[in-house]
Design a protein around this ligand. Structure first.
Ligand code: ASP
Length: 341
């Protein structure tokens, strides 16, 4: 009997050892950075080779900035903010300068940021005069006792903190004005004047986000957006909601999302990624597959995510036609819009 128990114990130990050895080895690179510039019904017809070049040039410029900070030993938090600032200052993306219009023809911007080293987070919703909302989110995190400030109060706080402001029409672009007109027309045609239904699938997203891992092993994630065209009633999407549009935890991963925000809020998508890594044996890619292609897809939720785990694995996944995206690691670089280009 004793002999049998001993054999069983040996089998048990060897199984355990085997399980351990199948887990992926953590080869953390000195740094990693990933960005998105929105996912959606991006049509190949409209993204001409010239336009594709323009988008990719800005995505690369943003990655250059973030990578240079990380390479020189800077923090993931600084890298995320500086990278997002470049995307916010570009008229091409639905964040900062290129933000979409509300139903009333104005702009209300949302942003959030999270520091995975200490689980601190900050966010702003519906700001209208802050030039770079990502820095307002950071100030909420570092200089207030709160996580989320909204509307005029958030603007007031950002001004008090000395952040740069612009008149609301600084965010105007002809292209976004056209989209608003089209959305209102569609809404009237469909008798959906309540603003609860957006003209999906023609609607195109363009939110921006960034996740970075620095040489200290600290993960930061941030997201910035103008929200959805034709929004009203001070609607907020997932982007300023920690756990929905943005999340970071040094023990698991950092995440930034883009897509139809109402779904991302209900499915707590950014936190779901982290929870899957914390509570299951799933890899980062498997976790993304599960939330984006199974849970969201089954619910009818469209969009994408970018993520980096504590080992420096990078994921850029989406269930739409395309997603503006790119990443860098030492000796690795990629920028794409569609599946292979
Ligand atoms: N998620 C954003 C929102 O719902 C939109 C986007 O990603 O483009 O406000």
């Amino acid at each position: 009997m004793k002999y049998l128990s001993f054999i069983l114990l040996l089998i048990f130990i060897s199984c355990k050892t085997e399980n351990k050895s199948t887990k992926p080895v953590c080869n953390k690179p000195p740094y990693a950075i990933v960005i998105h510039g929105g996912a959606g019904a991006i049509s190949k017809k409209r993204i001409t080779p010239k336009k594709s070049k323009q988008y990719k040039a800005v995505l690369n410029a943003a990655l250059d900035k973030g990578e240079s900070i990380l390479k020189s030993g800077g923090s993931s938090m600084d890298a995320v903010c500086a990278t997002i600032e470049i995307l916010e200052n570009s008229h091409l993306f639905n964040a900062g300068k290129g933000a979409v219009f509300t139903h009333d023809g104005t702009h209300e911007l949302d942003a959030s940021i999270m520091d995975g080293s200490n689980m601190q987070a900050g966010a702003v919703g519906g700001v209208s005069v802050v030039k770079n909302p990502i820095y307002a989110a950071r100030k909420v995190m570092t200089n207030s006792a709160h996580v989320l400030l909204t509307g005029n109060g958030a603007d007031e706080f950002a001004i008090k903190e000395g952040l740069g402001t612009v008149p609301n029409d600084y965010f105007d672009t002809k292209r976004r004005k056209k989209s608003l007109k089209k959305a209102i027309r569609k809404e009237l045609e469909a008798h959906q004047e309540t603003g609860y239904v957006y003209p999906w699938p023609e609607f195109k997203y363009g939110t921006v986000g960034c996740v970075a891992l620095d040489n200290q092993g600290n993960i930061a994630a941030g997201t910035s957006t103008g929200g959805m065209t034709n929004k009203r009633y001070n609607r907020l999407g997932d982007s300023p909601i920690i756990g929905a549009g943005t999340y970071a935890n040094n023990n698991t991963c950092g995440v930034s999302c883009t897509g139809h925000g109402e779904y991302f809020i209900r499915y707590a998508v950014a936190h779901d990624m982290s929870a899957q890594l914390e509570y299951t044996d799933k890899s980062l890619a498997e976790a993304a597959q599960n939330i984006i292609h199974t849970k969201l897809e089954n619910a009818g939720g469209k969009g994408g995510i970018i993520s980096i785990d504590k080992c420096g694995n990078v994921v850029m996944d989406y269930n739409t036609k395309g997603m503006f995206r790119g990443y860098r690691k030492p000796n690795e670089s990629d920028v794409k819009i569609f599946e292979n280009e």
